[in-house]
Design a protein around this ligand. Structure first.
Ligand SMILES: [Zn+2]
Ligand SMILES: [Zn+2]
Length: 327
């Protein structure tokens, strides 16, 4: 259940699996078993309570993944109290996607090297399956605290990151006690599997299919379908263009349910200082405005916004704005 932390920045890039046997199969075992456990429904059937639990746990945990892991811990796009910060980390971790510090450290690395050779989950570099799921079991289980110094100063977050399986196990036990076998297999296991692949689709599909409004250096795209499935994360090209914004749907019609809920929490003063995108995101983009936007001092650290260190790298696509997906 424990995860290792690395206090100093690693001096060498971790090795990458070239063959199937290079992956950490022991780490992957729980992931595979949860997929297989969904088959338990053959014996228990689907009760109405289990179906409702599946739906609710998908929505609540997807919200926690995008509002917590992504928009708060990875990008610090809004502020909250220390207590609600812990609640966000705990809720996000019920999704069984490791610790909040682990998630944020890897995600910041993704923004710094999006679709470049160093990117840990780029479908452009290592193919779709590797970007979707392979990278998680490719010697990436350590948390590099040097990438999340702003979060690592909270001992309660480091503790939760270390015992990252506690929240999902607690939820599984509660659901099983309340709703029996069907609750466990459908309510918890199935919703967890759907949640995993919904989240992972942003690393894989959102860099492959959809439309590109901004000529970012990566291959990120906007997709209404993915935005609906992931409560707003499908506006991924918007997000790569301006990662410091709380909302990822920049236009009124770009549905972003995570943001709407955050606005509700802001009205209750549970969260505050939600960051808006600057006016220039509504103007035609060019490579020069893109660099300017990504270097904007809207938060203290470029590490948080995901400002690329590979600034000399040319844009992989240079087609017209809002070009349709070519792959
Ligand atoms: Zn991305
Ligand atoms: Zn991001």
């Amino acid at each position: 259940m424990k995860t290792k932390t690395v206090e100093a920045a690693p001096t060498v890039e971790p090795r990458r699996a070239m063959r199937l046997r290079d992956y950490e199969w022991l780490q992957a075992l729980p992931f595979i078993l949860v997929h297989l456990a969904v088959l338990g429904v053959i014996w228990t059937g689907v009760t109405p309570a289990a179906a409702i639990t599946c739906f609710v746990l998908y929505l609540v945990r997807m919200w926690a993944v995008t509002a917590g892991y992504h928009r708060y811990f990875s990008h610090r796009t809004f502020k909250t109290s220390r207590v609600f910060q812990f609640v966000l980390a705990f809720l996000a971790q019920t999704s069984a996607q490791k610790g909040a510090l682990w998630w944020a450290a890897h995600h910041r690395h993704h923004h710094r090297h999006s679709d470049a050779k160093e990117d840990i989950h780029s479908p452009v570099q290592r193919g779709f399956i590797y970007a979707h799921v392979g990278w998680i079991f490719d010697h990436t289980s350590d948390t590099d605290l040097s990438k999340v110094k702003d979060l690592a100063r909270y001992p309660e977050l480091r503790w939760l990151n270390r015992y990252y399986l506690l929240p999902p196990i607690l939820i599984a036990v509660i659901v099983a006690l309340l709703f029996g076998g069907s609750g466990l297999f459908v309510g918890f296991m199935l919703s967890t599997v759907l949640l995993w692949h919904g989240t992972f689709s942003i690393n894989s599909l959102a860099h492959v299919i959809g439309r590109r409004r901004y000529q970012t250096r990566d291959n990120s795209r906007n997709s209404m379908t993915l935005a609906l499935l992931t409560l707003g994360e499908g506006w991924h090209n918007n997000h790569h263009y301006y990662p410091g914004s709380t909302r990822q749907g920049f236009r009124w019609w770009e549905i972003d349910i995570t943001y709407y809920v955050l606005r509700g929490l802001a009205a209750l003063r549970i969260v505050w200082d939600l960051r808006e995108p600057p006016a220039r995101v509504f103007q035609p983009a060019s490579p020069s405005t893109e660099v300017e936007a990504r270097a904007a001092p809207h938060v203290a650290s470029s590490e948080i916004t995901g400002t690329s260190s590979s600034s000399a790298r040319p844009a992989p696509l240079s087609g017209p704005l809002d070009s349709s997906a070519s792959s």
